[in-house]
Design a protein around this ligand. Structure first.
Ligand code: UDP
Length: 489
């Protein structure tokens, strides 16, 4: 259908919601740039590989964006026949492995797609996230500058870049270290061994090797584009800019780093969530705790009951986004403690489908956000000025928890018991810490307000993220490749 012409940028996200949403927001930013500032415009194509497992909401999301932003062109690659379906969420190490695998297996189809786009337009850059790092080879072959787009924190990018060095410095697996062993990564606060991203625990596992290979590959990107902003992650951004996290032998100067965030989905208030928003608007200012665990967070029945009891005992109002999935039966009410729904009627709402989380967070009545620490969720909370209760579940969320609690001081974290569960009493305590007007709670709220203002300023006219995007756009227009992008490994 649509015409692709002139200068074009191609986005190639891993097709889960967290990766897709921020990549699409990046595309919208490119489309919104002023032609005068950049010297022309770009067309934006998003190529979406087909995962061999179900990634929830993706089809609906793409349809919605196609309707609201017809100038963004989606090209969907056919499924790869040799990979078979697997149950995906919550993500396990095995599904991380499959994630890397199917993205790599999609390279030939990606190449064909890029070649056909190149017949119509000059492709000025291919933007891949870390799962798609192997696609950078295709870009190199076709003479397209490959950029690494970081869907997570700048600190996570610094972590990946330093990971090969860490690997070379020791023969141990992270899992063999004492959980509290402190690890020093340039650009990060000290990390406990227990807080490293999922999939890196064991150096004999496939996922570990895939992360290692990816980490080396992205160090040779034409540039790093990160969904963050200067005042949110100064320490990590400095390490990226001065190359402190890069491995020995990496190109000098380091690939340029563009902090262009926060990229969050707009607060539209869609039809599906309208009841939710109406309900929130009928509650007092800052009185409601929001609980939402990303696109893939799931809990055991036992854990659900603890959450319910904790919420009930906290005495606070709440909006709990709780979707059913294959792991627990469709009838969620039956899983919750008896009488819970009745006893909390009026002050609590259990919402059983997708909400527009960014819109919900921006309601005045929301006072705290219990989050799984997906980076998009954290950014959305920051943009809305809402302090957090961090409850990391999978991927790199334990590391993000460290940033939120210890570096940004915008939240408190739940503690897990020896079985990895969070008790009702623990949740109650953390919710109270943020919601009650204690000194600590007040301090957190003030910092959240300040960071909200910084976030808004970052992409305002003349703001650091806006300026970085303009630089990037101009560089793309010039079409310059790094001198040292030849494959030298
Ligand atoms: N999200 C949403 N409604 C939901 C659950 C999630 O809008 O009910 C959005 C959320 O706002 C965020 C994205 O889905 O933009 C999830 O990304 P995140 O990085 O927070 O977590 P992931 O799902 O990738 O673990």
């Amino acid at each position: 259908g649509k015409l692709i012409e002139d200068d074009c940028i191609v986005l190639y996200p891993y097709p889960s919601m967290g990766h897709l949403i921020s990549m699409v927001e990046l595309g919208k930013r490119f489309l919104d740039l002023s032609t005068d500032d950049v010297g022309g415009c770009f067309t934006v194509v998003v190529i979406v590989a087909e995962a061999p497992f179900v990634l929830p909401y993706v089809d609906v999301y793409i349809k919605t964006v196609t309707e609201s932003h017809p100038s963004i062109v989606f090209r969907r690659l056919p499924p790869h026949p040799s990979l078979t379906a697997d149950n995906y969420y919550p993500p396990t190490v095995r599904t991380i492995e499959m994630g890397f695998e199917f993205m790599r297996a999609s390279n030939p189809l990606l190449r064909l797609s890029l070649q056909s786009i190149s017949l119509l337009a000059r492709v000025r850059g291919l933007f891949v996230d870390f799962f798609g790092a192997a696609a950078m080879d295709v870009a190199d072959e076709l003479g397209i500058p490959p950029y690494t787009f970081m869907t997570s924190a700048a600190a996570q990018l610094a972590f990946f870049l330093y990971f090969p060095t860490m690997h070379n410095n020791t023969g141990d697996s992270f899992k063999d270290l004492e959980r509290s062993t402190l690890l020093e990564f340039p650009g990060l606060p000290p990390l406990q061994a227990a807080d490293i991203p999922q999939g890196l625990e064991d150096r004999n596992k496939k996922a570990y090797g895939q992360f290692l290979e990816m980490s080396k590959r992205i160090a040779r990107a034409a540039g790093f584009v990160v969904n963050t902003f200067d005042s949110l992650e100064p320490r990590a951004l400095t390490a990226l800019e001065n190359g402190a996290c890069l491995p020995d032998g990496a190109p000098t100067p380091p690939p340029p780093c563009y902090a262009i965030g926060p990229l969050v989905a707009p607060d539209k208030g869609d039809r599906g969530a309208r009841y939710c928003l109406k309900w929130l608007d009928s509650q007092p200012r800052r009185s409601v705790v929001l609980l939402s665990f990303g696109s893939m967070g799931v809990f055991s029945t036992e854990q659900l009951r603890e959450i319910a009891t904790g919420l009930e005992r906290s005495g606070h109002r709440f909006l709990w986004v709780l979707r059913s999935n294959d792991n627990n039966a469709a009838d969620l009410d039956a899983l919750l403690p008896e009488g819970f729904m009745d006893r909390t009627r009026g002050r609590g709402l259990v919402w059983k489908s997708w909400t527009e989380q960014a819109a919900v967070l921006n309601r005045d009545s929301v006072g705290a956000f219990v989050t799984h620490c997906g980076w998009n969720s954290v950014l959305e909370s920051i943009c809305a000025g809402v302090p957090m209760v961090a409850w990391p579940l999978y991927a790199e969320q334990r590391m993000i928890r460290v940033l939120v609690e210890e570096e940004m001081k915008l939240g408190v974290a739940v503690e897990f018991d020896e079985k990895g569960k969070v008790s009702a009493a623990e949740l109650e305590k953390r919710v109270r810490e943020v919601m009650d007007c204690s000194e600590e709670g007040k301090g957190m709220r003030e910092r959240a307000e300040t960071m909200k203002a910084h976030a808004a300023a970052a992409f305002g006219e003349g703001g650091p993220s806006h300026t970085a995007l303009l630089h990037l756009a101009k560089k793309l227009k010039q079409g310059c490749l790094r001198e040292n992008t030849s494959r030298t490994e």
